[in-house]
Design a binder for this molecule. Structure first.
Ligand code: HAS
Length: 573
């Protein structure tokens, strides 16, 4: 099955990929990543709707004053931690790494630099996941997915997450080495856009994870092991958010890769501008790290100057998304005109009946709302009113659970059939799943957003005994439960389609991988692929933007690292 052919001018083997299915090596490597991501998502998803039911006064009233209990993990913060960690960290990371291997191999038409390294990365990530899962499942890591101090988890949680990150670094190395091999064989040629974007994503990810690795290795892990007695919560927050904001673009870029490089093929069109797309990816790579103080606007330990400058730069990091909106709208409009649409009807003259396409369109529409709410968050003065309210939950469900997850679902709806060599199971059901997800997320987001404007606080067990719920919040929390119900049905349909595709689908796969194997000559590598220059810009901008924030916060003598055992008054689990 694995046909290998020598490249014209190189000694490196070139893989001949089947158009409608996968090579065995591809299927197993990518398959295990997707499998883990989907198992994680199934459990993570389940916790979501039940939170909305638990928070809704109408549901509590209907049950005679008894709030809905969370399934399996009944303690609210345990369920919330699982929801965030499994959906936002595990589902995404495993999916992204598996998808990146697929993109890299297929676009460059060559095997990964080292298949063994890819498996080592997977094992590291899997062992890490099991360690972290042990801590969460045994109720010893109720620290939410933003795991900074003062809450402390069992040490296996931190060690596990460290291994997951190290695994992604090995994956990064593998992708870079594969690219360098290709670059050597293709001097002067632009790398395909999907790989260019993947490289930008991993460069940004590597930079960002240096922050969280420092936080975990020098503060949280020693604290949880009792090696140090105290640590500085403010510094852990700063280091976490050095990582936390680029993390959201790590999720977003694979969705953008699908929108920019795959969707045009799926709608029978062509990307409006490859160069503008490359500028957008470079901007995301450079500007997504030095903006994270926008998560710390209400923290007393960060200077006003840092807050204002990070706020301004956050508006800059929205620019690549505005470029994306323009580039994609032009792409869609052109494809619509090819179908005979006029200046307005191009929106409808698209293949809306194809679940792969509809999922991405719905994701884009949700991202318009997610983007606007994000820009509102970035404003220092508005943020003071919105921070830590359910408004923020509305924002990230439009972006992460909306745009990103729906796009990943769209990808799964062609990737899984390819992997299995069978048709998508019940495409009409898949379409219904997509529209239900879209409607559920809009309703949920509207409810959470409006409740947040009224002051409803996030991360609070509003179903707990005696919890205060203002009359102003109640209708919106009820609305969010309607969204939760729609999302629950959509999640069930999702797994019916995915499991059905694997086990029950009959016909042969008929959708080809939407992959470009060349970059346009106009996207000149001597301009775009200057990785040394971009790295220098990243280093300098972060030293300028984060250096003073850290220097101001770190108190080496009293806070950061105080050796000794925590004793009975130390961190509890
Ligand atoms: Fe955010 C908090 C600001 C983007 C996720 N964000 C969060 C949190 C998460 C998150 C998870 O400044 C909560 C963290 C926590 O737990 O505390 N965010 C922004 C800004 C952007 C942004 C300025 N966020 C994202 C993305 C996420 C994400 C993407 C996940 C994937 N965010 C914030 C701030 C906070 C925050 C503050 C802190 C709040 C607080 O106080 O705690 C921007 O990047 C957004 C730019 C996007 C646009 C939209 C462009 C639209 C496009 C669609 C094209 C559509 C077309 C129409 C063409 C400008 C590209 C197609 C038509 C058809 C018919 C199909």
């Amino acid at each position: 099955m694995q046909a290998v052919q020598p490249a014209a001018q190189s000694s490196t083997p070139v893989l001949m990929f089947p158009a409608l299915s996968m090579l065995r090596s591809e299927r197993s490597l990518i398959g295990v990543h997707i499998l883990v991501s989907l198992v994680a998502l199934s459990l993570g998803l389940l916790m979501g709707p039940f939170q909305t039911f638990r928070r809704a006064p109408a549901v509590t009233e209907a049950l005679g004053g008894q709030a809905v209990a969370m399934p399996i993990f009944t303690y609210y913060y345990q369920a919330l931690t699982l929801h965030g960690v499994l959906n936002a960290l595990v589902f995404t990371t495993f999916f992204i790494v598996g998808f990146s291997y697929f993109i890299t191999q297929r676009s460059l038409q060559r095997p990964m630099w080292s298949l063994r390294a890819a498996w080592v990365a997977f094992v590291l990530m899997l062992v890490g996941l099991l360690l972290a899962a042990y801590a969460i499942i045994t109720n010893q890591a109720n620290v939410l997915y933003t795991f900074y101090a003062p809450m402390v988890a069992h040490w296996t949680f931190y060690l596990g997450l460290t291994l997951v990150i190290v695994g992604t670094w090995v994956a990064f190395l593998n992708i870079v080495m594969t690219y360098l091999g290709w670059r050597k064989d293709h001097p002067g040629q632009a790398v395909p856009l999907a790989v260019f974007a993947t490289l930008c994503n991993y460069v940004m990810w590597f930079t960002a994870t240096l922050g969280v690795a420092t936080q975990v290795l020098t503060m949280m892990l020693p604290l949880s092991l009792g090696i140090i007695r105290t640590t500085d919560p403010q510094v852990t927050r700063i280091l976490f958010w050095f990582f936390g904001h680029p993390l959201v673009y790590f999720w977003l870029i694979p969705a953008y890769i699908s929108w920019y490089t795959m969707l045009p093929k799926q709608i029978g069109g062509r990307l409006f501008s490859d160069q503008m797309a490359r500028v957008a990816f470079l901007m995301l790579m450079i500007f997504s790290v030095p903006v994270g103080v926008h998560h710390l606007f209400v923290d007393p330990g960060v200077s006003e100057f840092a807050k204002i400058s990070h706020s301004l730069l956050t508006f800059v990091v929205a620019v690549p998304s505005f470029l994306t909106a323009f580039n994609l709208a032009a792409t869609l409009e052109r494809a619509g005109h090819q179908r005979g649409a006029n200046a307005l009807s191009w929106i409808w003259k698209q293949p809306w009946g194809n679940p792969v396409v509809a999922a991405q369109f719905c994701g884009m529409l949700l991202f318009v709302v997610g983007g606007i709410t994000g820009v509102m968050n970035a404003s220092f003065s508005l943020n003071l009113a919105l921070h830590n309210t359910t408004w923020v939950v509305g924002h990230f469900h439009m972006t992460l659970a909306g745009a990103v997850t729906l796009t990943y679902i769209g990808v799964l709806y062609w990737l899984l059939p390819m992997m299995r060599g069978r048709k998508l199971f019940m495409p009409k059901l898949a379409l219904a799943q997509v529209f239900l997800w879209f409607s559920g997320m809009i309703v949920f987001g509207a409810g959470m957003g409006r409740a947040g404007i009224e002051g409803a606080i996030r991360r609070t067990d509003m179903g707990g005994a005696g919890a205060y719920i203002s009359d102003l919040w109640a209708p919106w929390l009820n609305l969010s439960a309607i969204g939760g119900a729609l999302l629950l049905v959509s999640s069930i349909l999702l797994y019916v389609v995915l499991v059905g595709t694997w086990f029950a689908s009959k016909g042969q796969a008929e959708v080809e991988a939407p992959i470009d194997t060349t970059g346009p000559a106009s996207s000149r590598p001597e301009w775009f692929e200057r990785w040394g220059v971009w790295t220098a810009v990243i280093v300098i901008s972060n030293v300028i933007m984060w250096g003073p924030v850290l220097i101001q916060a770190i108190d080496v003598v009293n806070g950061f690292f105080v050796p000794g055992n925590p004793g009975p008054a130390g961190p509890g689990f």
